[in-house]
Design a protein around this ligand. Sequence first.
Ligand code: MLT
Length: 313
Amino acid sequence: ACGIGTAAAQETYPAKAITWLVPFAAGGPTDAVSRNVAQRVSAALGQSIVVENLGGAGGTIGAAKVARARADGYSLFVGHIGTMAAAPSLFKSLRYDPNQDFVPVFRFPDTPMALLVGANSPYRTATDLFEAARKDPGKLTFGTAGVGSSSHLAAEHLASVVKVQYTFVPYKGTGPAMADLMGGQIDAMLDQTNVSLPQTQGGRLRALALTSQARMALFPGVPTLAEKEVPGFLASTWYGLYAPADTPAHVIDVLQKAYAEALADKEYVQSLEKQGIEVLPAESVSADALGRFMRSEQEKWQRVVREAGIDPQ
Ligand code: MLT
C-alpha cells in the first residue's frame, strides 16, 4: 500500500502551491527575474508559485533556511552567483553548503550589469568615478545587496582590477540600494540591468558603463567598460532554481519540463530579450549544466576573492 501511495504522490506533484524563496528584498533584480520565470513555470504546471522574499547577509540567510526545509518540492530556492558560488569563499561559517544541501533544478536567464550613478551625480564617465576614488580612497560609497551579492562581487572585482577603493554600503537587496542611489545617499552601484533599465530610461539614474561584452541597444550611447576603461572586464549575474538535497528526482523533472515549455514560447523569450535579459540555449539550463557551471563558478570566485585580497567574514 505504501508503494501505491508513493506512486500516487508522484503523479500529483505539484498538488499545492510551491514557494520560491528569493533571498533579497522585493523590487530588485533577483526578485524581478524570479517572478517573471515563476509566472511562466506556474502556468505550465497549472499550480501557483508563491515568491517569498527574505533578504539579509548577501542572501545567505534565505539559503540557510531552504537548506533545512522539507525536501518535498514545495520549498525551493533561487540561488545565484553569490549564494551558490562565491559565499563559501567569503564567509567563514556559512550555515549551508551549496553542493551538499541543495540540488540544482534549472538555470534562469542571465542579466548583464551596469555601472550606475544618480541623475544628479557629478560623475559622467567611469573614468570620472575611478579618478575620484583614486584621489580620496574609500570616500566613494557603493551600494550592494550585502556581502557576496552580485552587486558586491562585481564592484569588488572592478575595484581590484582598477586598483581603487570604495566604501561598500550593504542593503537587503539592490531594490532598496537603488532607492538610495536615486536619493543621492550613496554614490554608485554596479547592478543588474533588468531593474535599472527603466530607471535610466526615466532619467532617475545614469548608466556610465556596461559590463557586457558588447554594447546594448537598450542603453543607447553607453559604452562597455571592456571597450575602453577596463579592457577585458566582464560581469553578469546568473541565477538558478535549487531544491533541498533529498528532493525526489521526479519533482526536479516536472519542474524542468515546465521551464522547457515556457522557453519554447518564442514570444516569451523575445519579451525577456527586450528587457536586456539573456536567455541561454537549452543545453545550458538543465540541472546538470547548472551543477557543472556552478562548480566552475565556485573555483573562479575562490580565485578572485584570493587575488582581490578580500578577507572572509
Ligand atoms: C545582487 O546584487 O546579488 C542582487 O542584485 C540582489 C538583489 O536581487 O536585490
